[in-house]
Design a protein around this ligand. Structure first.
Ligand SMILES: [Zn+2]
Length: 303
């Protein structure tokens, strides 16, 4: 009778859809955004069941958790977040779910950038010194993300420590290769062409790490929008500084950027992927693919 018990537990868990994890079941790792989810898949592979609360292509800023998200977090064995305030909604979601397990903050230990004031903004919506959460736009920060993730996975699956270490090391080698590619691609641009006008302020880390001046149309969150006077100033700046393109992002509304590009008479290159990976099966469905695409798209438009 005793050796049949796990079978019964698994059977009833499957029936009800409510599982306390059976001994032979893989742990569930729930991520709050698609980039974190990709890192989990790269490092943990088949050792876990990986689940992401947000679908690819959705805007993580101002995300409103759904009832299903509470159930997913309640069942998780590990929750993975970016941190730096990117998921303003996660603390409440974790509390509501009753989840008492480990939450790993990928950005723990990195040196964050703070938002700069880019124009004479409407200060009602602009916060000087806000921490910029988009740290993954510097590939070297993601090497730290992977180390934080590796430690959390090893704690979750100590029996697979060696394999997890090997996978993390192999993926870190790929991160280093992409860091070199982005560095090489963007440093090939002439100095006076390294100005990037884009939808929202998601690329400060990219600019800081790889030598671009970032001119965001909106603030650190996609929810902060400029007024008409600020837009007029931006158009004048694009013309005066002969900026050749205005970029759009897959997770931001492109309306303002397109309007700006039209007014300034410059092109709108293919979307950059800033806050989410792209659709499954596309070349941008991983973090590495997204960073390669962004560097190549920026270089092609600004050269
Ligand atoms: Zn963002």
């Amino acid at each position: 009778m005793h050796r049949l018990l796990p079978l019964f537990v698994a059977f009833f868990a499957a029936l009800s859809g409510l599982s306390a994890r059976a001994a032979d079941e893989k742990p569930l790792v729930v991520s709050t955004n698609t980039i974190a989810h990709d890192l989990v898949q790269q490092v943990a592979g088949d050792f876990v069941r990986a689940q992401c609360l947000l679908p690819a292509g959705s805007d993580p800023h101002g995300y409103e958790p759904k009832p299903a998200d509470i159930r997913h977090v309640a069942r998780a064995d590990l929750v993975v977040v970016n941190g730096l305030g990117f998921e303003s909604w996660i603390a409440k979601l974790v509390a509501n779910s009753g989840f008492k397990g480990p939450v790993v903050t990928l950005a723990a230990g990195i040196t964050p950038l703070t938002g700069a004031c880019t124009a004479d903004h409407d200060h009602a919506h602009h916060h000087h010194g806000d921490i910029d959460p988009h740290a993954w736009q510097d590939v070297r920060n993601v090497i730290r993300y992977v180390e934080n993730l590796r430690l959390a996975l090893v704690a979750l699956l100590p029996e697979h420590t060696a394999a997890l270490n090997t996978r993390a090391a192999a993926y870190t080698a790929e991160l280093n290769a992409v860091h070199d590619h982005v560095t090489k691609t963007l440093s090939a641009l002439p100095e006076d062409r390294r100005k990037l006008v884009t939808s929202h302020d998601a690329l400060a880390y990219l600019g800081h790490a790889y030598g671009l001046t970032i001119v965001p149309i909106a603030g650190l969150s996609t929810e902060q929008e400029p007024n008409a006077r600020q837009l007029a100033q931006l158009i004048r700046r694009i013309r005066a500084e002969k900026v050749p393109a205005v970029f759009i992002e897959s997770t931001s509304n492109p309306k303002l950027a397109r309007l700006l590009a039209d007014e300034a008479g410059v092109v709108v290159p293919p979307s950059l992927y800033t806050d989410s990976v792209g659709p499954a099966g596309s070349p941008v469905d991983t973090y590495l693919g997204m960073m390669r695409h962004n560097a190549d798209t920026i270089a092609a438009a600004l050269r």
